[in-house]
Design a protein around this ligand. Structure first.
Ligand code: DUC
Ligand code: ZN
Ligand code: ZN
Length: 460
């Protein structure tokens, strides 16, 4: 962006877009996607090209995806592998890297990733026992390293031991269908893990970002910690705000299995609480956990719900459903919409102001948003490479008219004009000074700094 304001002269040859009656906003940032992820014996159907094209069709101009190395393998090799897959992306993107095991090599490679490869956030799974789950000891080691490096620790908070126990118990009782999925992952499972990991982060005094909060229990844990001045951030998925757990009791096995994701969709009262979390600022970001598996992939768990690949789509619809149900209902202002869909993620993950802002010097990742444009969400007409849509049949008002990626029009009134490989990897600097300034011992003894309300400061 070289200039903005009223009465500017367009240089000759420039393309002029009439945005009359519309809002020009920073493109959405989805800080939680899994394009072409190898997971649960299959590979997510949406790749980096189709996924970023679908994202831009919905007004999202950047994703932060996850490199997930197999336990025992090199983080750097996995990072290079993901960079190879992501070269076809149509929009800009960045990566969190998951810590799935612990050793001196992992410790070293976290340093290389942070100092030389543009990674400033590491993900930890407290669930998926026997696969990518990490222990409390491993969380402590990794959080300490994040603290030293100025990286943000992020976490999938579900108690994997309880999930495992309940899965075996449910199967022993003869429950094999998708209805077993939410029964094996009740809100207490998420609440316990959220409370535990927040305390671990407090002891190490490292900033923490809790992904996909789906229930009152984890929202309360985050709210408590923030009130005490702890630097904890919370993300909520568009799906968890709008879909309830009745989907798992649907008589059509395929329909119910399509909704299997973790954490699962919850009883309705949790949705209202999550909206309030966004309105109050206790939850700062929205995402999708976009991780697509088609019907033939979901069928892998036909006789055993624990084998249904976990994941649903959403990257194409997040902005529209949040505008419709958030701004359209009066729960959110347009400015709050920008914060929770873009600016806050850019600030927490150190992309701001290059991303997440409309300002001179920022990338022209923009969405021209038409608050009057309407559509009915249908899998049959979506861009995404998945054969269903969890928002199927919903009428939404408020949609992108144009989406621009670094100044190039990618979506022109619903027509997708993206280019494979246009997307660039965006390196992110660590937040060294804040983390280094505070030792874990000081954190235990000194009075805690009071957090600022509203938008978190640039960098954490
Ligand atoms: N949850 C999902 O549903 N899919 C991918 C990983 C995750 O944590
Ligand atoms: Zn997760
Ligand atoms: Zn995820």
């Amino acid at each position: 962006i070289v200039a903005f304001g009223p009465g500017l002269e367009a240089p000759s040859g420039a393309r002029v877009i009439d945005a009359g009656g519309q809002l020009v906003m920073p493109g959405g940032i989805d800080p939680h996607t899994h394009m072409e992820l190898p997971f649960m014996g299959t590979v997510a159907s949406e790749d980096f090209y189709s996924g970023t094209a679908a994202a831009m069709a919905g007004g999202t101009t950047m994703i932060i995806d996850f490199v997930i190395p197999n336990p025992g393998t090199s983080l750097l090799e996995a990072f290079d592998q993901w960079r190879g897959w992501s070269a076809k992306a149509a929009s800009d993107y960045s990566f969190h890297v998951a810590i799935t095991w612990w050793s001196d090599q992992v410790r070293e490679e976290m340093g290389v990733l942070t100092r030389e490869r543009g990674v400033n956030s590491f993900k930890h799974f407290m669930a998926y026992k026997g696969a990518i789950m990490v222990s409390d000891e491993q969380l402590l080691q990794s959080f300490q390293r994040c603290q030293e490096l100025g990286a943000v620790a992020t976490v999938h908070a579900e108690n994997g031991e309880i999930v495992w126990h309940l899965q075996q118990e449910l199967k022993r009782q003869g429950i094999t269908g998708p209805e077993g999925h939410p029964l094996s992952r009740p809100p207490e499972v998420e609440g316990e893990a959220a409370n535990r990991v927040i305390k671990i982060a407090q002891v190490i005094n490292t900033p923490l970002y809790v992904v996909h909060n789906s229930c009152i229990e984890s929202l309360e844990a985050i709210t408590r910690a923030r009130l005490a001045g702890q630097r904890v951030f919370g993300e909520v998925l568009a799906g968890h705000l709008l879909i309830d757990d009745s989907v798992y009791r649907h008589p059509d096995w395929g329909y119910a299995a399509a909704h299997v994701m973790s954490p699962p969709f919850r009883p309705k009262e949790h949705q209202e609480a999550l909206w309030r979390g966004l309105q109050s600022g206790n939850l700062q970001t929205t995402a999708t956990d976009h991780c697509c598996f088609c019907a033939d992939q979901k069928a892998m768990g036909r006789d055993d719900f624990t084998r249904i690949p976990n994941g649903t789509g959403g990257v194409e619809d997040r902005m529209a459903v949040l505008w419709h149900h958030g701004v359209g209902s009066g729960r959110l202002t347009p400015s709050e919409f920008v914060r929770i869909t873009s600016a806050n993620a850019a600030q927490i993950f150190n992309l701001y102001p290059r991303k997440g802002s409309v300002s001179v010097g920022a990338d022209a990742d923009l969405v021209v948003w038409d608050p009057e444009k309407e559509k009915v969400i249908r899998a049959a007409t979506q861009q995404s490479a998945i054969d269903y849509n969890v928002f199927e049949g919903q009428r939404v008002k408020g949609l992108p008219r144009y989406t621009l990626t670094r100044g190039q029009v990618a979506v022109n009134d619903g027509k997708v004009e993206t280019r494979e490989g246009h997307g660039q990897f965006v390196a992110r600097e660590p937040n060294g000074s804040v983390n280094r300034a505070l030792s874990s011992w000081k954190a235990l003894t000194a009075p805690r700094p009071v957090s600022r309300s509203g938008i978190p400061a640039t960098g954490v």
